[in-house]
Design a protein around this ligand. Structure first.
Ligand SMILES: [Zn+2]
Ligand SMILES: [Zn+2]
Length: 413
C-alpha cells in the first residue's frame, strides 16, 4: 500500500515535470530505492562555489572573475575585473571595470579587505567602477584607505595619479556630504603610480606577496601587465595587450595566466556592427585575436590559461575555441563572470560561483570614531522649507530606543 502511494507521488511528479510516467510506474522496486536516497539525503559533490561557505587553505589561491566582458554593457558580463584571494588573508583586485562592483558585492567580503586595486590601464572598461568601489566600500564600512596602483602615462595627464585624483575631484559633492558622517580614514585614497616602462619591476611587496609589472602593447604607451607571486604560486594578469615578448618572458612559470582574447571577427562585423576595416584593425592589432591568444599560451605554457574580453555566449565561444585550438592545446578556461579557480601546487579546479542577487552588505569589521566637527549641514534657508515631522520622527526614535535600549534624540528643533 505504501509502495503504491509512493509510486503515485512519483507518477504525479513525473507528469508535472513533463516526463513520461509509464516507465516509472512499471518499476515499483526502483521507486523504493529512490525513496531511500531522496529527498532527505544530500548527495554532495556540489561542483559550484557559494560565497562565504568555504575556508581558503593556508597554501591556496582563489581567483574569481568579477568582470570578463567588453566595454559594451550587458547584465550578464561586467567589464574586466579579477579578484585574487590568498591563504594568508590578503586580497587583491586586478582592474575594476564598469559593472564589476556588483559582482564583488555578491562575494560578501567585508569592505576593509577590498582595499588593494591594481589597474592595468585607464580605459573605462578596466577602471570604470572604481568610484563604486570607493564610495560603496565606504558606505559598507571601510575604515582603511583605498589603495590603488597603476602606471604612468606618456604624459602626466594620462597617468593613474591624474585619473584617480580627478575622479576624486569629480566626487567632491559626494565626498563632502559623507565627511563627518563616515570614517575619514575610509575616504582616504593612497595612489601608487609607477613607471609603465618598468620591465618586470616590483610594484608591491608586502606580507610575502610580490607584484610586478611590465609594459603591455595596447593603442598607446601606458598600459601594463602584472604578475603576483606568493608561496610558490604565480598569477599573471595581462590586462589589454597585443601579444608581446615581455608577456612571454615574464609570465613564464605561471600557474594561472590571464590574457585578453578578443571576440572573433564575424561577431565584430555581424553583431557589433563594426565596419570590416575597423573590425580587422581592432580585432587583430589593438586586441589579441583567438589564435594570437593561443600562440602566447603555447609559449608560456601555464598550468591554466584563461581567456577573457569577449561576450561568452553559446554561439560565440565555439568560434573563440576554434581560433585558440589552432595554436594551443593546453589547459584552458573561457572566462565568464563569476567563475572561480582554486589553485594549489597540486590542483587547479574551475567552478561556477552561485550567488544571491539580493545580497546585503557583510558585517562591519571595526567601528571608528567619526569627527562630526567637519560635517557640513543644510543652510537655514533649506531647512525652513522642511515639513514639520516632529511627532512622526519622535515616535520612530521612541520605538528604536525601546528596541535597542538606546537613548537617541532627533536633531530637529
Ligand atoms: Zn583597453
Ligand atoms: Zn579592455
Amino acid at each position: 500500500m505504501q509502495k503504491k502511494t509512493w509510486a503515485s507521488i512519483v507518477t504525479l511528479f513525473a507528469v508535472v515535470a513533463g516526463i513520461g510516467a509509464g516507465a516509472l510506474q512499471s518499476k515499483p522496486s526502483d521507486a523504493k530505492s529512490n525513496a531511500e536516497v531522496s529527498p532527505v539525503k544530500a548527495r554532495g559533490g556540489r561542483g559550484v562555489y557559494y560565497p562565504n561557505t568555504e575556508d581558503l587553505g593556508p597554501n591556496e589561491m582563489r581567483i574569481i572573475s568579477c568582470g570578463t566582458g567588453m566595454p559594451n554593457q550587458r547584465p550578464s558580463q561586467a567589464a574586466t575585473c579579477f579578484l585574487v584571494e590568498l591563504g594568508n588573508g590578503d586580497k587583491f583586485i586586478f582592474d575594476i571595470g564598469t559593472g564589476a562592483a556588483d559582482n564583488i558585492a555578491a562575494l560578501l567580503i567585508p569592505a576593509d579587505y577590498l582595499n588593494k586595486v591594481f589597474i592595468s590601464h585607464l580605459h573605462a572598461d578596466h577602471f570604470g567602477d572604481f568610484d563604486a568601489l570607493y564610495v560603496g566600500g565606504l558606505i559598507n564600512g571601510r575604515t582603511v584607505p583605498l589603495r590603488v596602483w597603476g602606471p604612468t602615462g606618456d604624459k602626466p595627464e594620462r597617468g593613474t595619479k591624474y585619473a584617480i585624483e580627478h575622479l576624486k575631484k569629480a566626487l567632491t559633492w559626494d565626498v563632502t556630504t559623507r565627511a563627518g558622517r563616515l570614517p575619514a580614514s575610509g575616504q582616504e585614497l593612497e595612489i601608487n603610480e609607477f613607471d609603465y616602462r618598468g620591465e618586470n619591476q616590483i610594484v608591491y611587496q608586502e606580507n610575502g606577496v610580490t607584484i610586478r609589472s611590465w609594459p603591455a602593447i595596447h593603442i598607446i604607451d601606458g598600459p601594463v601587465s602584472y604578475s603576483l607571486e606568493w608561496n610558490g604560486l604565480k598569477f599573471v594578469f595581462g590586462g589589454d595587450t597585443y601579444p608581446n615578448t615581455w608577456f612571454v618572458k615574464y609570465a613564464q612559470n605561471a600557474d594561472v595566466a590571464i590574457h585578453e582574447c578578443f571576440i572573433a571577427l564575424p561577431d565584430l562585423v555581424e553583431r557589433m556592427n563594426f565596419p570590416v576595416a575597423r573590425a580587422l584593425n581592432v580585432g587583430t592589432q589593438i586586441h589579441t585575436p583567438p589564435p594570437g591568444f593561443g600562440k602566447v599560451m603555447s609559449l608560456v605554457k601555464p598550468r591554466m590559461a584563461i581567456a577573457y574580453h569577449f561576450f561568452n555566449d553559446f554561439d560565440t565561444s565555439p568560434k573563440i575555441l576554434e581560433g585558440i585550438k589552432q595554436t594551443y592545446k593546453g589547459p584552458l578556461s573561457l572566462a565568464d563572470d563569476m567563475m572561480v579557480w582554486n589553485v594549489t601546487k597540486e590542483n587547479i579546479t574551475v567552478r561556477d560561483v552561485i550567488f544571491d542577487e539580493d545580497v546585503w552588505s557583510p558585517p562591519l569589521l571595526r567601528k571608528v570614531a567619526v569627527d562630526r566637527s567637519i560635517m557640513i549641514t543644510e543652510s537655514p534657508w533649506l531647512k525652513e522649507h522642511a515639513l514639520d515631522m516632529g511627532d512622526t520622527i519622535q515616535s520612530i526614535y521612541d520605538r528604536a530606543n525601546k528596541l535597542y535600549g538606546t537613548n537617541e534624540k532627533p536633531d530637529i528643533e
